[in-house]
Design a protein around this ligand. Sequence first.
Ligand code: ADP
Ligand code: MG
Length: 226
Amino acid sequence: NEEFFRKADKLNVVGQLAAGLAHEIRNPLTSLRGFIQLMRTGGTGKPEYYDILISELDRINNIVNEFLIIAKPHAASFRTNDIIHILSNVVTLLEAQAAMNNIQIYLETEDDLPQLECSELEIKQVFINLLKNAIEAMPGGGEIRIVAAVQHNEFLIRIIDQGDGIPESQIPRLGEPFYTTKEKGTGLGLMMCYKIINDHQGRIAIESIVGKGTTFEIILPLNRKC
Ligand code: ADP
Ligand code: MG
């Protein structure tokens, strides 16, 4: 799959990442500096200013946090895991946040799915990122379905939302570092997903219809070559 390899290449461009990181952090820093200067000379601390300072600081914090998870050199511990068990843990984790947004999450699985060699922590991170994106894409509420199945010696997990959808022209940009359409987004979530699934010798397929919803499909080999 060409698209998949192109993304894998992109992940190796450490320089591009570092430059992007510097840029992403410099913006909120510049704004912080400006506001602090304004408050100093004006002698006022309007509540709005404090709100801006806090949200800019949060933004830096979010970027650095996500970046650390990506950059942390760790030997991912591959063990035999029950993917459905991981999925249902993640659903439990995010159910409250979903409910607050009038979203129900349904987990639909085939019986007797096999266990999979994978890094539980990393795969969990992928599901969390994809589900968060699905929730964030559904401001008006709705349903998220998670479907798990085995097909042609591969494990498939589909996350199907009823969100805003993604214009076709933007799909190639997904997973690019710092590509985000959200005011408070970091654009690092999908990049991390691609890296992790790549490390698992799997791939990600995306289908989306603007105004109807998006399906992210994770495809993992049943027999990973070591
Ligand atoms: P972030 O969530 O911080 O913006 P991500 O890397 O997780 O960064 O996602 C990048 C972009 O991909 C999002 O800003 C959004 O435009 C788009 N996107 C990802 N998942 C979905 C989805 N389920 N529905 C609609 N758009 C999505
Ligand atoms: Mg995200």
